[in-house]
Write a protein that binds this ligand. Structure first.
Ligand SMILES: Nc1ncnc2c1ncn2[C@@H]1O[C@H](COP(=O)(O)OP(=O)(O)O)[C@@H](O)[C@H]1O
Ligand SMILES: [Mg+2]
Length: 256
């Protein structure tokens, strides 16, 4: 099935260029702005398997590279997702890469620079990446708030592109294409989203993403009252604070 992806700003050409040149790509952007959708669509477009790794602070180098397992009283080597991606020449997507510990990321440095190889110390094997192999990482700068920044030596291995919420017209198009929502409702949702996005003083940890609008659109399209749908798909998702919730309720009321 073809993945629907609406290009925002020439990112497909940049992806293609980086892929051709074997320059790893880092995608920065807030949650729900289309990073994963983009990478999934690119894997499909270039006909490569996508190996996605969701990084977190408990991720170890062995989780990514592989480990020896005991099987019928024998120890057998089992590739981790990174090793597998290299072997099969896949697209490797390191999602939320800044969440992983530094030493884990450093273990992947040789695969993200000109060497394009992975040294597996447990098996004393050096794996050369085939030309189809490509590494993409994502990172949410707002969310990490500088606490978990990527090391410069990691960052400088990646060509970096910033994603943000699409323009109103593009975002409407995305909602309509994905969910079939009526134009007038899509219009109200996007206008409301941009209203909320402009309220920077609200102290929301993250603001309305395209993902939340997609969810609200599905609810509205299934017959739910738009105001109610926006409350549960957007307002309640963004905050637990009653005052903020009230302010969001008002903004939603203005739009519908
Ligand atoms: N440019 C886009 N084209 C198509 N769908 C998009 C786009 N941007 C966002 N979406 C939709 O928004 C939702 C969240 O996108 P996702 O890629 O998961 O966000 P991220 O990985 O940045 O957190 C998905 O349902 C996706 O379909
Ligand atoms: Mg994602």
């Amino acid at each position: 099935m073809a993945i629907y992806y609406q290009e925002i700003e020439n990112e497909i050409a940049l992806f293609q260029r980086c892929y051709n040149l074997k320059l790893p790509l880092l995608i920065k952007g807030p949650t729900g702005c289309g990073k994963s959708q983009f990478v999934t669509a690119m894997a499909e477009r270039f006909n490569r398997q996508l190996v996605k790794v969701s990084c977190n602070e408990d991720t170890t180098a062995s989780d990514l590279i592989g480990r020896f397992l005991l099987k019928n009283q024998e120890t057998v080597w089992q590739d981790g997702p990174v090793t597998r991606a290299i072997r099969i020449g896949a697209f490797l997507y390191l999602d939320e890469v800044a969440e992983a510990r530094e030493d884990v990321i450093v273990a992947l440095h040789s695969i993200t620079d000109h060497r394009r190889e992975l040294y597996i110390d447990r098996t004393n094997e050096t794996l050369k990446a085939p030309s189809d192999f490509f590494c993409i990482a994502s990172y949410n700068p707002g969310y990490q708030r500088g606490l978990k920044d990527l090391k410069p030596s990691t960052r400088q291995r990646f060509v970096t592109i910033s994603f943000n919420y699409p323009s109103a017209d593009t975002e409407k198009k995305i909602l309509i294409s994905l969910t079939g929502i009526e134009i007038k409702h899509a219009d109200s949702l996007v206008r409301m989203a941009n209203g909320i996005r402009a309220q920077t003083h609200m102290g929301l940890r993250e603001t309305v993403s395209t993902r939340l609008l997609v969810n609200a659109s599905y609810l509205i399209n299934s017959g739910m009252n738009p105001h109610e749908a926006s409350m549960v798909a957007i307002a309640e998702v963004l905050t637990d604070d009653l005052k903020t919730l009230d302010a969001l309720r008002q903004l939603i009321s203005f739009s519908f």
